[in-house]
Design a protein around this ligand. Structure first.
Ligand SMILES: [Ca+2]
Ligand SMILES: [Ca+2]
Length: 250
């Protein structure tokens, strides 16, 4: 009966596995799938203005059916064109209830505008819940960043006629102290002289972005040759950006 002799050796490992499972509990454990709850207790009102390099505190209350693990505060600008310079703030929690404070520091490079702050709480199983966003304003009185400026028209080396029309289009943006003025100049090739008879000046009055699209008339007495068109934009603290285009008059 040699074949039957082998059976105990085949079944023995499976029996052992079942025995080990019954000892350590291989049946699926009851997993916590209930997220925590969180609410903000001290609210920063939407009209609140926080200066760059200052900080403020926000108090929240959280609870979980089992165990809280951590809280995280994320600040993000409401305007998606603004680069987020805030870093997340994290806080370790324990127990099933917590009432704590988070300190939010406004970076020196934060731009003016509205921001929203979301506090999210995680339990030990990774279930998460977020409180309703808190909105606040940032003002940066130390704006040393010049505006952003892109000139779309005219293109480099575009050709025009003396006395002819020239379409000028540009996009300007400043999210700190905001846009104040936009000027257009036409210089001789060495930049010596502004050739427009009138000042081409757009008063922007504190907008964050401005799209220029205008048609200017070139002076009638331009000799054939190359000229430089300059578009200059200034923010409220007179930081300036200037973009040049070389044009040809034939
Ligand atoms: Ca839970
Ligand atoms: Ca600026």
């Amino acid at each position: 009966m040699p074949p039957k002799m082998k059976k105990p050796f085949v079944w023995a490992p499976m029996f052992c596995l079942v025995a080990v499972c019954s000892l350590v509990g291989c049946k699926k454990d009851e997993t916590d799938v209930t997220p925590p709850s969180v609410e903000i207790l001290t609210v920063v009102s939407p009209d609140s203005v926080v200066l760059a390099e200052q900080s403020f505190k926000i108090r929240y209350r959280a609870s979980d059916n089992k165990a809280l693990q951590r809280a995280e505060a994320l600040v993000s600008p409401e305007n998606p064109a603004v680069v987020n310079v805030f870093t997340p703030v994290s806080q370790t929690l324990s127990g099933d209830k917590a009432e704590r404070e988070l300190t939010i520091a406004v970076p020196a490079s934060a731009r003016d505008g509205r921001y929203s702050l979301v506090v999210t709480v995680f339990d030990a199983q990774g279930n998460a819940a977020s409180a309703a966003p808190v909105v606040f304003n940032v003002r940066n009185p130390n704006d040393a960043t010049p505006p952003e400026l892109t000139v779309e028209r005219p293109e480099e080396n575009a050709v025009f006629a003396s006395g002819g029309a020239m379409r000028v289009s540009a996009l300007a943006a400043d999210y700190n102290s905001k846009l104040r003025d936009l000027l257009v100049y036409l210089f001789t090739e060495n930049g010596a002289q502004n050739l427009f008879s009138e000042e081409i000046h757009f008063v922007l009055g504190g907008v964050e972005t401005y799209a220029l699209d205008t048609t200017l008339t070139l002076p009638t007495n331009l000799a054939p040759g190359f000229y430089r068109l300059a578009v200059l934009v200034a923010d409220a603290r007179l930081n300036q950006t200037e973009v040049f285009r070389k044009i040809e008059v034939r």
